[in-house]
Design a protein around this ligand. Sequence first.
Ligand code: ATP
Ligand code: MG
Length: 410
Amino acid sequence: MIQAPKGTHDIHGEEMRLWRRVEDEIRALADVYGYGEIRTPLFESTDLYLRGVGDTTDIVQKEMYTFEDKGGRSMSLRPELTAGVARAYIERGMFNQPQPTKLFYIGPCFRYEKPQAGRYRQHYQFGVEIFGANHPAAEAEIISLGHTLLTRLGIEGVRLHINSIGCADCRVSYNEKLRGFLNTRLESLCGLCASRCEKNPLRILDCKSPNCQAQIKEAPVTTEALCGECDTHFTTLRDLLTRFGIPHIIDSKIVRGLDYYTRTVFEFIKDDGQTVIGGGRYDSLISQLGGAPTGAAGFGMGMERLVSLLRQNISSSQFAPKLFIGHADEVGFAAASGITIDLRQAGFYAVNDLADRSVKAQMKYADKINARYTTILGANELAQNTCTVKDMEAGQQETIPLDGLRNFIK
Ligand code: ATP
Ligand code: MG
């Protein structure tokens, strides 16, 4: 028996309905917020992620599915979508359209992680991106979108944490301070963090090891090293969130695991500590990938982690057939097949028997699939152009003209 690869899962049945519900809500919200959908390839040149995500990140250092294609090029399954969407923004000249460009995506990502609750090797992300907007109103807008989505889905126990890690200039003085702090503790850090101290010490704040977390408890915070402009940016964002009525916690431990962030970083965190949405501003990403300097912001949301929060009450009658059309004989079968197709074309969920079952077995099946109405066609009914329709909820039946069927079940 061949099994699904470790860390992957099949989405089906009841759970798929929850996914549909979430995706419908996302698309409806994206429409009114003005975000157009984008689909990018599942794999890209490895270089895109080295440059776009950063070669000191967990994703690139430990988690990427990288392979050589038959032409000898290094390719990687996408570990996240922002880099690919940014590439498309530049490559497709979207900067020539009125700015900002606002996009959203829903699709799978691949990370070679240790599988555990809420952590898969293939997971799905919903995300939004704004390119060509420097004002903190951009972050406020995407945060509002995320917040509205969680509210509409009735999700509780998720809180918004925000922080600012400043621009490249603030980073120089901050990194200096942080290295000073870490230097006396290098021995106690994990090997990876010790090696990050020179090139990207900020990353250490994001390490999952409890030992490293304990070491950095008293580390200097980024918000105290902000330049005037970054400080104003952060204050303006907080004012906007307050005006929108979105509660938020300032959390100096949020730095995000990817190199491309500048200034704002935020996470929506569940009360069990897992992050559902992570995002922020990334003003240097587009230029890092060869485009002109472009203000940008976005977030990524883990679909599995979100769906696990609403594993309840989707009414299954919403997905049950309206009518089961069985047959008692050959002519009945031909008629049932034809009427089923006609009803479907008119938008009704109609079902007929595909398994050559007895009338009794057909009725049993109709009951099991929760068909709202049932009818059985045969030579007698067809000769009189009638059918007897049973209302499975009320338990009553009625004989009506065949051409009145559609109206009857409406
Ligand atoms: P974490 O700190 O949990 O590893 P991350 O910083 O790697 O998260 P991002 O790269 O920001 O996560 O991805 C955005 C969102 O995608 C996360 O907040 C999370 O909800 C979800 N996510 C990330 N990795 C996985 C995974 N392996 N399985 C399921 N969901 C994931
Ligand atoms: Mg991760």
